[in-house]
Design a protein around this ligand. Structure first.
Ligand code: F6R
Length: 256
């Protein structure tokens, strides 16, 4: 596991965007796994800038998002489909039909989850997966206790996660209780993974992810079993790490 500690969230976002852009340039038909939430917003802004100013071409890129709230349609402003359109897809030349976000309104959610896995397989698997991390160590909506071999499935959200995400809703009652999420087994099949974390509120989670034992109680610790993970943090989120980590990755050129 490679850990890179940057001074600021802006520097983190620029590095993550450069790494994603490398994959897109090296493999124009690449498959990107994407996350929502506050953490990747700066990375998406930088990718939009690279598209507009440097011509970064998304015309053949295929994407799969990690998760979606059950019960929120794609036009709800807190749905993850809405988030992705608003923060990235509507501003680059990606084909809407190449973007995939689980459907929180699917009639048969377990069947939809199986189809989602099949679609990832048919696309050739994920070349680069971008992740944030929850304060409880979750990745996607794989809450503590999730099987480290789990696949895409419906999941009950932890109260801590609902409270963390309530900042986006009018009241706690409106925060969905269930989500569809890629499993940890799904995520760690990606060729490469970048996990981003900034702010002190993520320091404990980053420490359990990077330096703790591999345990379902800290789902992100499963990333230690993956051969090509880069964890990029700011100083505050690295605050509880014991190791001494560089501010640049060992390699910048990615792609299969
Ligand atoms: C979002 C996701 C979540 C978030 C995590 C951190 O698609 O999968 O695991 O990455 O909850 O959220 P933020 O970035 O809002 O702190």
């Amino acid at each position: 596991m490679e850990v890179v500690v940057k001074e600021t969230a802006e520097q983190m976002s620029r590095l993550a965007a450069e790494m994603i852009a490398d994959v897109v340039r090296n493999k124009p038909r690449c498959v990107l796994g994407l996350a929502t939430g506050s953490t990747p917003e700066g990375t998406y802004e930088e990718l939009i800038r690279m598209h507009k100013e440097d011509g970064l071409d998304f015309s053949q890129v295929v994407t799969f998002n990690l998760d979606e709230y059950v019960g929120l349609p794609g036009n709800h402003d807190q749905s993850y489909r809405y988030f992705m359109n608003d923060r990235l897809f509507d501003h680059v030349n990606i084909r809407p039909e190449n973007t995939h976000v689980p459907d929180g309104m699917a009639d048969d959610i377990p069947a939809h989850c199986r189809e989602y896995e099949e679609m990832i397989d048919q696309a050739g698997g994920i070349d680069l997966q971008l992740l944030g991390i929850g304060g409880n160590g979750h990745i996607a909506f794989n809450e503590p206790g999730s099987s480290l071999a789990s696949r895409t499935r419906p999941k009950t959200l932890d109260e801590k996660t609902r409270q963390d995400n309530s900042r986006f809703f009018q009241s706690m009652d409106e925060v969905p209780k269930y989500a569809i999420t890629m499993g940890i087994g799904t995520i760690i099949e990606a060729e490469r993974i970048i996990l981003l974390a900034y702010k002190e509120s993520k320091a404990r989670a980053v420490s359990c992810c990077v330096e703790g034992p591999v345990t379902a109680m800290c789902p992100s610790s499963a990333l230690q079993l993956h051969p090509a993970v880069t964890v990029i943090t700011d100083k505050a989120a690295a605050g509880k790490l014991k190791g001494d980590y560089p501010d640049e990755p060992r390699r910048l050129i990615l792609g299969r």
